[in-house]
Structure formats: C-alpha cells, structure tokens
Design a binder for this molecule. Structure first.
Ligand code: ZN
Ligand code: ZN
Ligand code: FE
Length: 759
C-alpha cells in the first residue's frame, strides 16, 4: 500500500545541501515525489510505503545535512494520491514571503580541503574552492532568494564542468551558489602599495614577503586583514606603529591547534571552538615562556588565535609553521576595509603589499571573538560565522521590531516570530563610515529577512547616534526608549531563554539612567517589563566627562579624595608622587563648581580607579583597557576580600579604596591587591543577592554588562553564588558588553507592546 505525505521543514535549510540530501535519501528508499525550496523552507512531497516515509523522516531528524539547522518538521497526511513516477528536485519558488534565513559564512569543509591538496583534482590549489557545505554566504549575498544572480558571484559565468556539478542533484556542489574553479572563477592577484602587479605566483611571493618581515593586506571573507610574521618583534611593532593602534591586541592565525599549543594553553572545549565551522578568534591563556612578542597583546596574559577558514588561508599556511598576525584591515578605530578601492586608499600607508581577488565582498563583517568559560562558550564579538543566524527566542515577537542598540560595539536587531536577527558587529558609532554600515545594514537585513518593523526601540541616551537615528525614523511612529542596563539584563535573559522576575546585576562602563545620571553599577529586580533599581554604586563625579574615561588617574584621584580628603596628596604612594598637582587643582575646582562633572554609579569606572591607584596606567588606548590589565595582573587566589559598605540603597566604595591603599603602603604585591578587590566585588554581589532573595523570594541571578567579561570576577561570583544555592545566568550566545544591548531592547519593547504599556 502506498501513501502520500507532505513534509515542511523550517529553519536554515536553503543553500546548505538540503535538497540533494532529500533526493538521495528518497531515492534510496524508492520513494517518489518532489522537493523544492519555498517561502517557509523546504517542501517535500512523498509517495511510497508508510514505513519508508517513516524512516525517511527519522533520518531527517537524526542526520540532517551538517550546515542545516532544522527548527520544525511539519507533516501533512491524508492527501489524494499524485501518482509520482520518479523523484525530482524542482526549482525554487521566488515569490512569497522571504522567511528563509540566509546562512552565515562557513569555514572550508574537509571534503574541499582534501580536494584543495589533491594533485589530481581539477581544483588543486584553487584559492576559492567551496561547496554546498562551506564557503562564503552572508558576505556575498545581495538579495534573496539565495541564488547566484543575487550574489557577488553573478558576474562569473560557470564553465561547463562547474555547471554540470551545479545541476547534478547528487553532486556536493548541487546549487552551491559560490561554486567556481580556476577556469571560470575569481583569481588572486598580488600588488604593491602603488597598485602595480607583482610578478610570480601571488601566493608563494606573498608568503616569501611575509617571511621577510613585510606587511601584507589580505582580502578575506568579510574584509581585509593586515598580516605579518607573528613571531617577529620588528614586524609586529612596525605594524602597530603604522596602524596607530597603540595597545589593542592583534589576533594571530596558525595552521593547527597543535601549533597554537606551543604558545597557549588549549583546553578541549577551546579546541572545539577553534575548529568549529564558525572559526572565531578564541582568546586563550598564554603559556609561560612562549616566544610571541609582547607587542602582539601588550599587558595581557591572553592571545587571540584563529584557525585558517578560507582556502586562501590554508594555502598560505601550507608550509608555514609560525603564526601570522591577522588583524583587521583598518586604521585605529575606523571600520575594517572591505572593497579593493577602499583598501588601496586607506591601507596604502600601512601595507607593503596587497593580496587581493576579484570576488567582491557585499557586506563588511569582522572576525568573531569568543572565549571559553568553564566549558561554555562566551561570545565577546558576534560577527562572521554567527551573523546573520537569528537568536531563537522562547517567546514570540508578534509585532516586527527594530532595535538600534548602543553606541559602542553597536549591533542592531530585527525581530519577528521566534527569531531575533541580531546583526553582525557594526562597531563604535563614532564616525560617518560606521554610521553608514549601521543604516545600510538595517536596510539589508530588512530586505533579506523581509521584516517591516512596526516598532523601533532605542537607548535612553539622547546623544547616541543610534538613538538619534531611531527618533528621526519617520516611517516607524511607535518608538520605545529602553534604559541601558535594563536592556543588558533582558539580553542575558533571552540569551538563557528565561522569563519572569530575576535579580539583575548590571555592571559596565556607562549607560544613561532614568534620573539623567550615568549608571553602571546597578542591582535590579527585573523582568522584560520593568527594572526596579534596588541598589547601586554611590554616585561620584566624572570630572571632564568622556575625558575621565580615557584617563583612569582622574577616577583614582576622585576616589582618593573622597576617602582621605584633601590630605590624600601627602600619602607616600607612587600615585601621589606622580600626580600633577596643578591638573588635580583644576579638576577639584571643576567638581566643586559642578562643571562638566556628571555623576556616575559605574562599576567599570571603579575598576579604572583601582587600576589608576595601582598606577597601572594614566590613560587608556581602548575601551576597558585599565580594567582588563587589572584582571591580567591579579593573583588567582585572594587571601582576603575588601569590604564594600551599604548606605541605604547606595553601595559605598571608600572602604575598599582605604583597604587597597593600606595594603599598598604595607607593600602587599599589586597582584594580591587586585585579587582582593575582585573578590570584594564578588562578595558584594553575593551578599546583596542574598539580601534581595530574603526580601523578594527570587533565586535567579542574571549577570550582564561589560564588567562581566572579566573571567576572574565571573569565577569568583559564580562560586560564591552557587555555594549559596543561587541559579546563576551569564552570557553565551550574545556578548555581555554593549553588543548585546539590541537584543535586550527588542525583548523589552516586545513585552511592553504586547501588554499595551509602550508609553
Ligand atoms: Zn566544501
Ligand atoms: Zn568552473
Ligand atoms: Fe553597557
């Protein structure tokens, strides 16, 4: 007896080899019918023995194609027979709602790698080899449906051999849109900084140049990298000075995990992150005595490593056992270059040579950065390899929402149904170029995912360019402002798929509070609707506003002054010895007259102050640098912890500063002082959470904000809270830093809209 069933598969199922998989699965079981991509995903129409259909579906559930991500499998039965005589793959339906997620870019798969180094293969050493299971996706897609004409490969007409593969349902390259070969596809070129071609095989010449200490700009998947020999102090220092990137760490690329192990400790989970198809940069602990120059990551005890993720990378590393610096191709804080002309212009004074190709990059996408925390991955920058895959949510976005994120480390988010399309990392919205990526990115995502937002959510901060953009958006009249730290907590809740009231701890740099002050050391009882401020770090003035962020010594002086009064300058400490008395006098009168000295409750700034009083540094060159270095010098074990005091709902830090200063005067090593400070913050969280639990009967603690990228603090807090029986939630899928804000904004706006409380 034969029967007929239609199966609708939703999720990331297009452009990932789904139809050929279905074809061979059906043919093997003598099932007839059709398969096609439609707006919902993939539609499979089957006729045959019921048991065979049963097995077919089981196989689909248990062993789907590697790159697919099935959200749901729906089955329609009791259909009239269609009497199919064979099984066929039909062309896609282009119309209808564009519901189908475009996949993220994927690292070269093992099948392609085998072919790449197989002398008998027609793609032997072809730097743009890819297949249905790997290669560029998001970065080359201009529009949907995801067909070649809608990608930057449209200009390359397939040769007969490539077309045969492309049209053969049983071939690995069936409908692999970016497929190409030496005959018909993109080509590599090496040019010098004046744009003239360099003779010889581009790859081997480039490799020689790198070995001789040159800086080579290499066009990748989402933009240009600047590469140099990662073990050459001279090359690294040279690159650093040309890039005006005084201290920001450089990422390294090496051929294999084994090679990385020479320089870093690599745990099993870290190895699996390195080898994952997303191929992020993974932050790893430096090994003692490793020979990577300090100039690669000044002041830090970590190195960021990434494995090769394009065929070009694999070819570069074929016979190279050292790591290469592979840092983003930009000048200091500008966004990464992604077009040839832009790179030629902006990187001309940095790179000696350019290794380029003629496959355009449609959308700029930086490398992602992750870290492993107690066997769980923690995304610090969610970009290439992850975006534009949605963050799936347990709740539903019934009204499509656009949320504009924060100012620094910006991402935006478009949400609909159970999907929150958190964008790739846009960057700091401080220049026109980045603002353009932001606005164009929003348009692009709206088109790709066919989302027409009815609501726009934005940060309360009136000066954020993302907030201004939202307020000026005439096409969306419903606007919802979301407090920054409430968004942090909501973001971490969505990340962990939890709902309802929680104890929320939001510690970060600065965010605009509902009282107009700059918050950042906040304790809430929060849900997706409200955030009740239970306690916060006592306000201190931020003399000079943004200047105080760049100069941690200012905060140190402020805390010194609050703790010891004007006499602090007589303390016998390196900090006071180095203090510029005139500048301090100016600062002091500024604060007394309340000029340009906004109040702040920021925990990030307290970390700065402690780093400042340990005279780690007077000024910083990138966001969070002082705090990161404070963590880097800390002993792993604290023999005691400093004590914060509570004054009503205010957390008073003066006692902590006093203890730190006494320790310093007693010549306690700075590593121990830092550890005791970290432990004090952990103890504060644990004690306050305990107090809130007693009063409010809540047992879930949510930790968010940039401060919680601090591994030592996370470890200490996690241990203390778990000991007391709390459920602790930290970030994993989206960053704890401001890169996660857009997701939190979307969740809050959604709840407010659905409960009719948007005003
Ligand atoms: Zn492949
Ligand atoms: Zn070809
Ligand atoms: Fe923040």
């Amino acid at each position: 007896m034969t029967t007929r069933a239609q199966i609708i598969v939703r999720g990331t199922v297009q452009g990932v080899g789904f139809r050929p998989f279905v074809y061979s699965n059906a043919s093997r079981r003598a099932l007839n019918g059709r398969v096609l991509n439609n707006a919902a995903g993939v539609l499979i129409d089957l006729e045959g023995e019921p048991a065979d259909i049963e097995h077919f579906v089981r196989e689909l559930e248990l062993n789907p194609p590697p790159l697919s991500e099935i959200e749901s499998i729906e089955r329609v039965e009791n259909l009239l027979p269609a009497d199919y005589q064979d099984f066929r793959i039909l062309e896609s339906l282009a119309d209808g709602q564009k519901l189908v997620p475009i996949a993220a870019d994927v690292a070269t798969c093992s099948d392609c790698l085998t072919e790449l180094f197989d002398q008998t293969n027609r793609r032997y050493r072809y730097p743009f080899i890819n297949c249905t299971n790997c290669g560029p996706r998001f970065t080359i897609t201009k529009d949907i449906p995801y067909d070649r004409v809608n990608t930057t490969m449209a200009a390359f007409e397939m040769c007969a051999a490539c077309r045969d593969e492309y049209e053969n349902p049983l071939d690995r390259r069936f409908h692999a849109e970016p497929t190409a070969c030496e005959v018909c596809g993109p080509r590599l070129r090496l040019v010098d900084s004046s744009g003239s071609g360099v003779n010889g095989d581009p790859l081997s010449v480039a490799m020689n140049l790198l070995q001789q200490g040159s800086i080579v700009a290499i066009k990748g998947i989402g933009g240009f990298h600047l590469a140099c020999d990662g073990l050459s102090e001279k090359a690294v220092t040279n690159l650093r000075s040309r890039k005006f990137r005084e201290d920001k760490p450089f990422a390294l690329m090496a051929r294999s995990v084994e090679i990385i192990r020479e320089y870093c400790r690599v745990l099993d989970h870290e190895a699996s992150l390195l080898e994952s198809q997303m191929r992020p940069i993974v932050l790893l602990e430096r090994r003692c005595g490793n020979i990577v120059p300090r100039a690669v990551s000044p002041g830090l005890n970590t190195l960021g490593f990434v494995l090769p993720y394009t065929p070009l990378h694999h070819l570069l590393f074929e016979s190279f056992d050292r790591p290469l610096v592979m840092t983003s191709g930009n000048i200091s804080d500008e966004p990464i270059c992604f077009t040839d002309s832009e790179a030629g212009e902006r990187l001309q004074k940095i790179a000696d040579y350019f290794l380029v190709h003629d496959r355009p990059i449609h959308i700029r996408t930086d490398d992602s950065v992750v870290r492993s925390f107690q066997g769980r991955s923690m995304v610090l920058r969610r970009s290439r390899g992850f975006a534009p895959a949605p963050v799936r949510t347990a709740f539903e976005f019934k009204t499509p929402i656009l949320s504009c994120g924060a100012e620094l480390k910006n991402t935006f988010c478009l949400a609909r149904g159970h999907n929150a399309f958190v964008s790739h990392h846009i960057g700091d919205l401080e220049n026109l170029e980045t603002l353009r990526s932001f606005t164009e990115g929003i348009e692009h995502y709206q088109r790709l995912f066919d989302i027409d937002p009815q609501v726009v959510a934005y940060d309360l901060h009136p000066e954020y360019l993302s907030s201004k953009f939202a307020l000026e958006l005439d096409s969306i009249p419903t606007k919802i402002a979301v407090q920054h730290h409430h968004a942090h907590i909501a973001s971490c809740m969505v990340d962990n798929q939890i709902e309802g009231e929680v104890i929320g701890v939001a510690f970060d740099g600065l965010g605009f509070g509902i009282d107009g002050k700059l918050w950042g050391g906040e304790f809430f009882v929060a849900d997706f609707c409200c955030a009740e401020r239970i306690a916060h770090l006592a306000n201190v003035p931020l003399p000079g506003g943004a200047k105080a962020i760049r100069e941690p010594w200012r905060l140190a002086a402020v805390y010194f002054h609050r703790t010891f009064g004007d006499d602090f300058i007589n303390l016998k400490l390196p900090f006071t010895a180095n203090l510029d008395r005139d500048r301090w006098a100016t600062l002091r009168s500024m604060m007394a007259r309340k000029i340009n000295s906004p109040g702040t409750s920021s925990m990030g700034r307290l970390f700065d102050a402690v780093a400042g009083l340990l005279t780690l540094r007077r000024s910083i060159n990138y966001e969070g640098q002082a705090a990161i270095e404070l963590e880097a010098i800390a002993d792993r074990v604290a023999s005691k912890s400093y004590q914060f005091q509570l004054d009503g709902s205010e957390i008073v830090a003066e006692g902590v500063v006093r203890e730190a200063v006494e320790d310093l005067l007693n010549e306690v090593p700075v590593g121990q002082i830092s550890a005791r400070f970290h432990m004090g913050v952990a103890q504060l969280i644990s004690d306050l959470a305990d107090k809130v639990r007693t009063e409010r009967h809540l047992n879930r603690v949510v930790l968010s904000g940039g401060v919680f990228q601090n591994m030592l603090l996370l470890e200490q807090v996690g241990e203390l809270l778990s000991k007391r029986g709390f459920e602790v939630f930290t970030h994993s899928r989206v960053p704890a830093n401001d890169g996660g804000i857009s997701l939190g904004q979307a969740a809050i706006a959604n709840t407010l809209i659905q409960s009719g409380r948007e005003n």
